[in-house]
Design a binder for this molecule. Structure first.
Ligand SMILES: *[C@@H]1O[C@H](CO)[C@@H](O)[C@H](O)[C@H]1NC(C)=O
Ligand SMILES: *[C@@H]1O[C@H](CO)[C@@H](O)[C@H](O)[C@H]1NC(C)=O
Ligand SMILES: *[C@@H]1O[C@H](CO)[C@@H](O)[C@H](O)[C@H]1NC(C)=O
Ligand SMILES: *[C@@H]1O[C@H](CO)[C@@H](O)[C@H](O)[C@H]1NC(C)=O
Ligand SMILES: *[C@@H]1O[C@H](CO)[C@@H](O)[C@H](O)[C@H]1NC(C)=O
Ligand SMILES: *[C@@H]1O[C@H](CO)[C@@H](O)[C@H](O)[C@H]1NC(C)=O
Ligand SMILES: *[C@@H]1O[C@H](CO)[C@@H](O)[C@H](O)[C@H]1NC(C)=O
Length: 653
């Protein structure tokens, strides 16, 4: 294939060239060629026109100073390293190098800062080619000009590896083959042309011995080695940092390279949009680096079937489609710095051993990863924006269960959300089992409720807490009322604090318990007892009523006995005196013994109402409660005691 392509350099030079061509080579239609070059779009069938190179812009042989010599950087029997090779000393160098015929001991030659024209460079190469040198390196070959066809004699060489770094061509316009053919047809094992702004390389014209090609950091495009059937021994191809765009074209490039094992396509502009024709990869390809490209999920439709080690780091993958890909040999997968939201399953990658998924967008990784990927020995999942919540607990447990399979644990695993936990290592993030397990939480709540109910029941049954509470409540209510109740105009007939009424059968209790307790206590409570303070000549009822009217309060000691024998005495009084209305403060009921409802005769509405309202003080059987009972009772009586006392004293004065 003849390709008359221009090997062009910087853009301002193109413009410069326009001007030059316009008046120097006006008859040549250079413009078209130029534009196609600028857009990196090379016609496969370039025109067969031979375009002469321009006169060199740079590198015109300067006046050679006498004694301008190279600089020796290293000079041993096996290895020689020289610098500052110019058009002035190059003839001397060629003569010097031709001393090292095949069989001599010099193996390595390195030339740095070489500034010679094309023909001299080729003379150096040709001399080295037929010498004993096995490793030939050039670095910083500048001002390479005057490129034209050179008849290189490829026969019989000791050379194993050629490495050219920073080869800068100042020639603007030349026949592409003249340059590329020299290198493409070198039948050596290793060749590196790096950092040289190279835009193309042609296919070797016969079966090549290249096993290792490294074109790192150039400007190569999808047109490289298309349908090139002469790279059958090539095992390693490095095209890192070039301008490749189509993953499919890259795959078809490899399809002729029957020995290709390792391909580095990292740092290109690769895309793949799925809908295209099927990809065709070399079957031998086992290691592929596609990192730092522009690949999205569709890349999984275009991968070499036998790949063992694959890097897709730093692309735009957001999902590993399940079921679509089957890479049975894949052992190592690098998906770092993509946009994945979860760990991929291993359904398509049954041999996977290493997975790197750092720096993606995984909030809560699914915890069934190691079940789905039993062969994985190492999972590198750090530097993701983990959301520290209950769901993440499962993943943290996974760490413990997996036995050190999480690479970078614990330093690389930190909470990102919620904000309050940002920066906390997952290792230190604990939520109680309870908070995360709903069933457990419900059971616990239920148990707690049961315990509470049991405690309350126990308190009620064995300690009679409700009674204490009721008494305390009544006591506080009474105190409150005492504080707030308005001055009640009782007239000036009051002589007693309280009138006390009870059944004859309960008199023992009244005399032994009630009276002593009330009268002897502080406050000097005066009680009116209808027996004790009996006025002769009046009926019992009259006496009672008299007693009631002279007393500030009325205490009734209620019991079944009282209800059956005495209540009727008061019915009449209740009927006539609104004083004992339900709201009255004057009425104090003491329930000495419970009164079964059926014992209360149906006509005693008032009593029933009072009983129903439970506005009575209950006499507790337990001794321990007596103190509180008396306090309560005394408080109930002591309402407005001062005012009552005033009245009492007025009366006695
Ligand atoms: C390339 O050139 C050959 C012969 O010159 C011609 O037959 C073929 O059609 C050309 N291909 C393209 C793509 O121009
Ligand atoms: C390297 O050293 C040898 C002597 O050790 C000398 O003869 C030879 O000229 C030197 N080579 C260069 C390129 O200076
Ligand atoms: C020659 O170069 C090769 C490759 O760079 C290196 O491995 C080897 O050690 C060198 N030999 C000597 C004698 O410097
Ligand atoms: C490359 O070599 C030229 C001279 O040959 C020199 O001027 C230039 O500074 C060198 N560049 C580097 C990076 O060494
Ligand atoms: C190449 O040239 C540059 C600039 O002149 C100089 O700094 C550098 O040391 C040279 N390299 C060698 C290996 O001599
Ligand atoms: C090529 O080089 C070899 C070895 O130096 C020599 O024998 C042969 O004659 C050369 N061929 C031509 C055409 O110069
Ligand atoms: C060619 O390069 C490969 C990879 O760097 C290396 O393993 C091999 O030893 C090299 N071969 C020679 C002959 O330098």
């Amino acid at each position: 294939m003849t390709q008359n392509m221009s090997f062009l350099r910087k853009f301002f030079l193109y413009k410069c060239l326009f001007a030059l061509t316009f008046w120097n080579y006006a008859n040549l239609s250079v413009e078209d060629e130029l534009f196609t070059s600028v857009s990196n779009n090379f016609p496969e069938n370039g025109s067969n026109k031979k375009i002469k190179s321009l006169p060199p812009l740079y590198g015109k042989s300067p006046q050679c100073k006498a004694g301008s010599d190279w600089v020796v950087i290293q000079n041993t029997t096996e290895s020689l390293s020289l610098s500052e090779i110019t058009n002035c000393n190059v003839k001397k160098l060629v003569a010097f190098l031709s001393n090292f015929r095949q069989g001599s001991r010099l193996q390595n030659l390195t030339l740095t800062n070489v500034s010679v024209n094309w023909n001299y460079l080729m003379e150096i190469f040709q001399t080295v080619w037929h010498s004993s040198i096995e490793y030939f390196n050039t670095n910083n070959v500048t001002q390479l000009s005057d490129i034209k066809s050179y008849n290189f004699n490829y026969s019989g060489t000791s050379m194993k590896a050629l490495t050219m770094k920073k080869t800068i061509i100042t020639d603007l316009y030349f026949v592409q083959d003249d340059l590329y053919k020299i290198f493409a047809d070198m039948n050596i094992a290793n060749m590196t042309i790096a950092d040289s702004e190279m835009i193309h390389m042609i296919c070797p014209s016969s079966k090549s011995r290249f096993r290792y090609l490294n074109f790192l950091k150039n400007d190569l495009t999808d047109l490289l080695f298309q349908k090139c059937e002469n790279l059958l021994q090539l095992e390693t191809l490095i095209l890192k940092k070039n301008k490749f765009e189509s993953l499919r074209k890259v795959s078809s490039m490899t399809s002729y390279m029957k020995s290709l094992k390792y391909l580095d396509m990292s740092n290109n502009l690769l895309r793949h949009d799925g809908a295209e024709v099927q990809c065709q990869w070399a079957e031998s390809l086992t290691e592929l680096d596609l990192s730092s490209n522009q690949l999205a999920d569709a890349v999984f439709e275009c991968l070499p079937a036998n790949v063992k080690k694959l890097s897709l780091a730093n692309n735009q993958i957001s999902n590993v489609p399940r079921g679509m890909v089957e890479l049975k040999s894949l052992e190592e997968l690098n998906l770092a710095s993509n946009r994945l939201a979860d760990l991929p399953g291993c359904s398509g990658f049954t041999s996977l051993q290493f997975l790197n998924i750092e720096m993606n967008s995984i909030l809560t990784p699914s915890a069934d990863f190691f079940q789905s990927c039993p062969r994985v020995r190492e999972l590198q999942a750090g530097h993701n924006p983990f959301k520290c919540s209950c769901e993440l607990q499962a993943f943290i447990r996974l760490e413990r269960q997996s036995g050190g399979k999480l690479f970078g644990w614990p330093a690389a695993y930190e909470c990102e959300y919620p904000e309050s936990l940002r920066g906390t290592q997952l290792k230190d993030f604990h939520l109680s089992l309870l908070a995360c397990n709903t069933t457990l939480m419900l059971v616990t709540a239920l148990l707690l409720t049961l315990v509470l109910v049991a405690t309350v029941a126990f308190l009620c049954i064995y300690l009679d807490v409700p009674w204490y509470m009721r008494m305390t409540w009544q006591w506080t209510q009474t105190k409150r009322r005492a504080w707030h109740s308005p001055r009640v105009d009782q007239g000036n007939v009051l002589q007693f604090h309280a009138f006390i009424s009870y059944s004859e059968r309960d008199s023992l209790w009244v005399k032994n318990e009630l009276i002593p307790n009330l009268e002897k206590g502080e406050g000097c409570i005066k009680l009116c007892q209808h027996e004790r303070n009996f006025i002769p000549g009046k009926s019992i009822v009259e006496n009672i009523i008299d007693c009631i009217e002279k007393s500030y309060k009325s205490i009734f000691v209620l019991s079944p006995n009282f209800v059956q024998s005495e209540w009727c005495h008061y019915e009449l009084y209740f009927a006539h005196h609104k004083l004992f209305s339900e709201n009255s403060n004057s009425l104090i009921l003491i329930l000495l013994e419970p009164i079964p409802a059926h014992l209360i005769p149906a006509r005693y509405h008032k009593l029933k109402a009072l009983m129903a309202k439970r506005t009575y003080l209950e006499w507790p059987k337990e001794r321990s409660k007596h103190a509180l009972f008396w306090a309560n009772l005394r408080a109930a009586i002591s309402i407005n005691l001062l005012k009552a006392d005033e009245n009492l004293y007025e009366e006695t004065d």
